[in-house]
Design a protein around this ligand. Structure first.
Ligand SMILES: [Ca+2]
Length: 256
């Protein structure tokens, strides 16, 4: 019986934890983390990418290299970092030949992600149509080669603002960002910065888990006592002994 109860307890723990951790009811049970896990300073890194613009010697141009999308540097008005203008691909994207990059996180850890923010602003003005437009977000929870699951398709605004996209929390070891178009340039697609944020369990979720585990602990103590003191496991459910008199309202005299 002890073994059977141990199995039951193990099952209850699994059910409790899974019920709390399941992303299905994400909207109520998760909050968005404050740390940008794609930022290079936080361990984010570019795993692979389609192209970056090269100079006449075939060398990457520092100001336009791919790592500029995770360096935390931005173009805003007169604030223009001299070593980081954003990322520029080597060709304009099309749906058939998109431009893309793959992000990894610190220590190649899998993250539960729920928000991506794009900053399309680069050193080139929006009027020349090179900023990123149509995008796709795909995730892999296993390898950098996929399999990929699509979590979001969308279109950026051609405006100098950071744009936020939220989706249900999803396990992500690698994130592939695909651009299928820019605004109208036939030369490049450009992006200033990308940010990725995790889904974190809220206090309410932890409270639920603690409550369930406390109830489980009470059941264990009750079981221990039932064995140690030969007590019924659920005394409140034990039927009255048949030898005891059972008063009924039909025969009991009413007190005056
Ligand atoms: Ca940047």
């Amino acid at each position: 019986m002890l073994k059977r109860y141990a199995v039951l307890v193990a099952q209850m723990i699994v059910v409790s934890v899974v019920a709390v951790a399941t992303p299905a009811s994400a909207a109520e049970e998760f909050a968005v983390g404050a740390t940008n896990v794609a930022l290079a300073a936080n361990g984010g890194h570019i795993v692979e990418f389609s192209s970056q613009v090269l100079d006449e010697n075939g060398k990457p141009i520092t100001q336009w290299q791919i790592n500029n999308v995770i360096d935390g540097k931005r173009i805003r008005g007169s604030d223009r970092p001299r070593d980081s203008y954003g990322w520029s691909s080597a060709a304009a994207p099309t749906p058939a030949k998109p431009q893309w990059f793959i992000l990894g996180f610190k220590d190649e850890r899998t993250r539960l992600v729920t928000r991506v923010r794009f900053d399309p602003v680069t050193d080139d003005p929006l009027e020349i149509g090179r900023w990123a437009r149509d995008f796709e977000i795909h995730v892999s929870s296993t390898t950098r080669d996929g399999p990929w699951a699509t979590v979001q398709n969308g279109r950026l605004l051609n405006k100098p603002i950071t744009q936020t996209f939220d989706f249900p929390p999803v396990e992500c070891r690698y994130m592939k960002i695909i651009f299928t178009s820019n605004w109208f340039s036939d030369q490049f697609v450009e992006l200033g910065e990308i940010e990725v944020y995790e889904a974190l369990a809220t206090g309410d979720t932890l409270d639920q888990l603690i409550l369930r585990l406390e109830n489980l602990l009470q059941d264990l103590k009750r079981y221990r006592d039932s064995v140690r003191y030969n007590q019924p496991l659920h005394p409140e459910l034990t039927p009255p002994a048949t030898t005891e008199a059972t008063p009924t309202t039909t025969t009991q005299p009413t007190p005056q």
